[in-house]
Design a protein around this ligand. Structure first.
Ligand SMILES: Cc1cc2nc3c(=O)[nH]c(=O)nc-3n(C[C@H](O)[C@H](O)[C@H](O)COP(=O)(O)OP(=O)(O)OC[C@H]3O[C@@H](n4cnc5c(N)ncnc54)[C@H](O)[C@@H]3O)c2cc1C
Length: 224
């Protein structure tokens, strides 16, 4: 799969190609909403973007792109019978934070949990991690924790549409400075705009930031 965006005389041509098809779209403006790091490595721009812009994109880490989440489903939210909320913070791990994720309709009980970068659980195999998480639930919430109906996990570090797996976090424990000034400027003759949450100078990284930057970019285009 490849995507090229060419600018010529005020017109943009986006060519999207897979093994099965090639699609060409002619546009007066293009809004790129991929995380900047991915927008740099997975889209070819012609003429090329200025080096400083490309570097700013490369250096912008995808918010939560290194996160790992597990979910464990039970017949009932048994922890409530022990007068526990399902919320837990653990320094021992492997899960560092649990939350009650049970559906409102009471059809089952569910917990979800985060495994941050520093968790020893990140270095375990799937089976080892599953066993360690279930043991932790049992330790914290009660013996029923040992009999889950279902366990699943997602590592956003391994999701190619979220994170380039070669990307190294510089400050994994701090919220990055988002909204790089160079990414506020439209490129390719003022017709290529960046609008992922990491571009937002307000609440960058969060859903709020995505909404803010989408509104700002669309107003800029409508007003141009
Ligand atoms: C685990 C996790 C937990 C989070 N928790 C919270 C939270 O509690 N509160 C909060 O405010 N925010 C949270 N966020 C952040 C929130 O998800 C983002 O702020 C929001 O999704 C950003 O919106 P966006 O439109 O900028 O990008 P995205 O929603 O990431 O959209 C970018 C899209 O681009 C697609 N894409 C990437 N590469 C390509 C390609 N080559 N071709 C085609 N499509 C591509 C991706 O599949 C994706 O759909 C969390 C994120 C993660 C990963």
């Amino acid at each position: 799969m490849s995507l090229k965006i060419n600018e010529d005389n005020g017109t943009l041509t986006a060519v999207y190609q897979t093994d099965e098809e090639t699609k060409t779209i002619i546009a007066s403006h293009v809004i790129v909403t991929l995380p900047p790091h991915l927008a740099d490595i997975s889209i070819k721009y012609l003429p090329e973007l200025p080096t400083a812009v490309s570097q700013a994109m490369q250096q912008t880490q995808t918010w939560m792109g290194q996160a790992m989440k597990v979910s464990i489903v039970y017949e009932t939210p048994f922890w409530r019978q022990h007068e526990l909320s399902g919320l837990a913070v653990s320094y021992r791990g492997p899960v560092q934070q649990f939350h009650d994720a049970s559906p409102d309709n009471g059809s089952c009980g569910a917990l979800f949990g985060w495994l941050g970068d520093g968790s020893v659980g990140r270095t375990l195999s799937f089976e080892e991690r599953k066993a360690a998480v279930i043991a932790q639930v049992t330790r914290i919430f009660g013996p029923e924790g040992n009999s889950p109906l279902h366990y699943s996990e997602v590592n956003w570090d391994r999701e190619p549409f979220t994170t380039d797996s070669s990307y190294q976090l510089e400050n994994p424990h701090e919220h990055p400075q988002y909204g790089h000034p160079l990414l506020q400027e439209p490129q390719l003759n003022g017709r290529l705009h960046f609008a992922s949450t990491e571009v937002s100078p307000i609440n960058g990284g969060y859903l709020d930031g995505a909404v803010y930057i989408a509104k700002r970019v669309s107003e800029r285009i409508v007003g141009s």
